[in-house]
Write a protein that binds this ligand. Sequence first.
Ligand code: SF4
Ligand code: SF4
Length: 366
Amino acid sequence: MAEQLEKRRLGRTGLEVTVFGFGCIKFPKISAGQAEEALERALDLGVNFIDTARGYGDSEVKIGPVLKRHREEVYIATKTGDRTAKGAMKELETSLKNLQTDYLDLYQAHWVCNNGELDKVLGPGGTLETLQKAKEQGKVRHYGITMHRDRAAIRRAIESDVFETIMLAWNPLDEENVGDLIALAHERDMGVIVMKPLSGGALVSPEGAPRVEGLDPVVAGTLRAIAARPDVSTVIPGMVSVDEVEQNYRAITTADSFDDAARRELFETIAAMKKELRYGQLCLGCGYCLPCTQEIEIPRVFRALYMHQQYPKDQRYMGRELYESLTVPADACVECGECAPRCPAGIDIPARMKEAVAAFGSRKDG
Ligand code: SF4
Ligand code: SF4
């Protein structure tokens, strides 16, 4: 007998969605038969939210037959990357045909990554006009937006109160630095959909690592950490097989509570794993190094440094912006050594504070 999957309100849409949803981004890589099998198993287990996009190759086409058989049991969400009203309406018609349905539960403006893109969506003749019109016509029940990284654009989209839902990439490493914006969206009664929970497949235990009760501890811990956030409506790992569906389902339904001890254990596992993969200097954002004797917000300094060094070139400025917003700069570090022994990732924190000063410049004399 399957455990009952918890349902949560998808913000002001009022839809009650299962906390575990199905992301179909990887469907182009698998056969139609395999996609149907995985989806059928998920629906068997009670999953009631499926997410796809026009931009995910033939994903919608592969979902179509399953949706046709189960239309009343499941909510379907898809997306358009077209920024014009006319183009988005054309894409909507294609999506409906592919998905073999005459309405969508959620239609989203896809991959709106900066303010310029948001302007196109919101402006005259933009995507929003189609979202609104399609809702009036009953082709779409609700509409939302999916975004990445650009905090200012995400905040603006949330505060516009235009969209009923927002999809953001989040996991306990908070690689896109949006953890607090999820809370803000929830406060504004938006449904929050979490994508890329496993960092596109990177957040798994290394080959040969021991399983715990048959589950990959990193995958299970990560999904539990996300589901433990009450401001998240649903998390949608991308899945390609019955086995993945069952593993993720078990991870979520067997998480009685994701407490501090479990959280610490997860960070330690990920840290050990990253060291093994030679990414030992990557800050996990866990905050165990705090408080700093000089009140430096250590994880935020590292987040800024990461953005500055690793983001695509046109987005690196965000690292400097974040750094400059900090009250206490890295050059306040007196190398007291209090923090480093508390870091599960084994980061030489004082040394990396110097690296931050070298990258962003000293604020001591400024
Ligand atoms: S070593 Fe530097 S960063 Fe660490 S606690 Fe001391 S002052 Fe803060
Ligand atoms: S420096 Fe270490 S302890 Fe501090 S937030 Fe990063 S990983 Fe955690």
